[in-house]
Design a binder for this molecule. Sequence first.
Ligand SMILES: Cc1ncc(COP(=O)(O)O)c(C=O)c1O
Length: 373
Amino acid sequence: MTKTIIFLRIMIEYENLQRVNKPYFKEFNEVFNQVLESGWFVLGHNVEEFEKEFAGYLDVKYCAGVASGLDALTISLMILDLPANSEIIVPSNTYIATILSILLSGHKPVLVEPVISTYNINPELIESAITSKTKVIMVVHLYGKSCDMDPIMDICKRYSLFLVEDCAQAHGAIYKGRKAGSFGDMAAFSFYPTKNLGCLGDGGALVTNNADYLRKAKMLRNYGSEKKYYNEYQGLNSRLDEIQAAFLRIKLKHLDEIVAYKNSLAEVYLKGISSNFILPAIDPNFYNSYHIFNIRHNERDKLKQYLLDNGIKTEIHYPLAPNKQNALKFMNSFSFPLSEEIHRTTLSLPVSTFHTVDDVTEVIKILNGFKNY
Ligand SMILES: Cc1ncc(COP(=O)(O)O)c(C=O)c1O
């Protein structure tokens, strides 16, 4: 009788939200029961407490929980009550949500190229994009690395522009000692489950130091109403659920550990990955929260397939630049070569809280073998 030997290949997953949340299951179950018993499900005690705790974490005065990161961005622009078709400067390589928030609030996105090594908006290119219609710079701290805020804040000051931060990927990121989200007139966060601070569904928050903005944010998330059935503004239904706020309060206590752990995995990648790949830029002024650990390579698609064939799942953030999306046909003819180059070459490696140093070491070993493939 012949023996058949089967080799089972262990896959290294890119993400697994069951494993990410497993350490909190006991606490989640406790608060789930509390919320269930309370009979209060939308905008209650947990939302209020989370708002205080998250504002405290960021060292800003106020926070308003909303239903998603996209809503937080859209509401921030609604609050400013700008003339229709105002120009909003935004990086050309952001996730489409940033651009959609500008369109949804009736304004014009003006795309500015990133710095190729940091993937964040290039401050040196911003001034030439400013016109008399420009009202806001909407920065995006992409992949978990803060933008270079000093020159950007200087431009905002000199041109009297509002600054809104898209922090959907930057929970726990720090620039020169200050948390991402504490620089702008307002900042928007997403708590989508894959984020470093993710809930078990959709959620978001708008943070600010301005009490008037906070008041308006709280109205706009609730049909433009402060007093039940009396509506001051044409608002949205964008309220944060009690259960999500309760989950977020548990995870917020661990956010710094989560980010530190991801940094320790990133450190292993940075030391081990060969010079055949372009790695994230390192600078002591920036504490990267590594929502995503990306590398770049000319033969990205071939590399992705090679890693998969060797048991490693990866993702692409993002395969198609915003200006090439069908949803944004009016900008399909525009050219943003750096952004398009990033979209063509970027690859995100596994860097989740359930990954071990052994997983990362295995990824590095296989990755570095790509040249011989
Ligand atoms: C940069 C950026 N902005 C905004 C958003 C929108 O957040 P949400 O999905 O919670 O609406 C995302 C979502 O991933 C994002 O990556």
